[in-house]
Design a protein around this ligand. Sequence first.
Ligand code: HEM
Length: 497
Amino acid sequence: MAQAQAQQTGNGAPGKGFRSARLGWPELDRIPHPPRRVPLLGDVLDADPRSPVQDSMRIGRQLGPIFRRKAFDREIVFVWGADLAAELADESRFAKHVGLGVANLRPLAGDGLFTAYNHEPNWQLAHDILAPGFSRAAMEGYHPLMLDVARQLTAHWDERSGAGHEVDVPGDMTKLTLETIARTGFGHDFGSFERSRPHPFVTAMVGALSYAQQRNAAPPLLAALQQRGAAKRNAADRAYLNDTVDEVVEARRSGDGTGARGDLLDRMLETAHPETGERLSPENIRRQVVTFLVAGHETTSGALSFALHYLSRNPDVLARAQAEVEQVWGETEEPAYEQVARLRYVRRVLDESLRLWPTAPAFSREALHDTTLGGVHPMRTGAWALVLIMLLHRDPAAWGQDAERFDPDRFEPKAVRARPPHVFKPFGTGARACIGRQFALHEATLVLGLLVRRYDITADPDYELSVTERLTLMPRNLRLRLTRRTPARTAQPAARD
Ligand code: HEM
């Protein structure tokens, strides 16, 4: 991990500001761009600022595994071919690039873990202090709290479905995942399930993420002119998020609320770095808390929502998942920690959903020194590319000609071993990959297991999947019909393997 601290962006200078591809790719002209490029404006025809990822996906399919897009004076290189993406995963040549939407979140999250530049000392400090918060022992401690929140969800869904209503999948998954990270990480209860509307924290967060995404679409001057109103709203959203975080931290400091329990917040407040004795500053703690509250729920909520969509559309997959839960959990309504990871098929359903719709759909990588990508594209130190995870996950070269089809069996161990490495990257790559991966996987597998055990899930036959983008991906207006089911009584929990 020390490697990431040593990484410098560009020629060793802090990587601030947008660096257009023209500066870093001396042979940029070799890389294809959309045919209808407009002088001064760039590739703006057919571009929808509300769906930049899905636009790029469409364009990438036409142009191939590496391509570029330009909006005004900003040009970006996109990569999705499995071979090129594998090269970009090589930590001796490339590192995370803090750019685009991630950089646009800096005013909110500063040098918090997600948005920190590689050279910022607080990245390593916070990483070392917080990593034990995601150990197996820590996860086992979060498990009962995850179950408490899941119980609130099922109580709500029992009520809705019992009254003959559909359930609001993305809305309720967001309630679930926000409550889960808030309670496990910070001992805070947002009371999401007692509200009919989203908590204002969620509204402010969605505002902040959408604003960060939209700022990519126009150059700063135009954005400043166009978006004065939006900038004001964004400042209000940021203030709300920060105030909420300050209240959560203050409650812990003053000993109110649920008290100390060795969670993420305790680690931030109490723990010194094991080697240097350094601690996180109050300002950095604020940034970490907002980072974890946002990064810790939005993407997991989307992942659960897509998985439920696919389960509703694939009755055979649903039946297999139900059979597995019955076999592994038997009559246990509330599984123990170690029973969750044993739901291998449910986990494959989740992986396959994250393959088709990786809810954090892209990450950026920059060259640590002058290099040549794919043997033909020279890159100067600091030059960067955006890895389009969604297309990487659908590259026929890695996933076969039926890559668009939902099929959890792609994640059978044998099939995984047969694929090249670095073709499945929903949690990013290298030193800056997702710190919350195990947390998300445990939470989502647990919840999917509980849900398929409890309900049959029916899709609305008229629903067509459409996807909202706000840096993350979420199925739009997904509603499902649930029917309570009685799990097979004869099943006994499977012996441990
Ligand atoms: C399905 C759920 C999730 C997905 C798909 C996801 C995806 C990602 C990705 C792709 C990155 C790397 C971004 C980049 O390279 O720029 C990342 C980083 C990060 N994620 Fe997640 N994440 C998920 C859940 C979580 C959870 C539950 C937490 C916290 C509890 C979390 C906290 C973070 C943090 C703090 C980072 C920055 C790590 C660093 O740079 O040191 N994420 N995540």
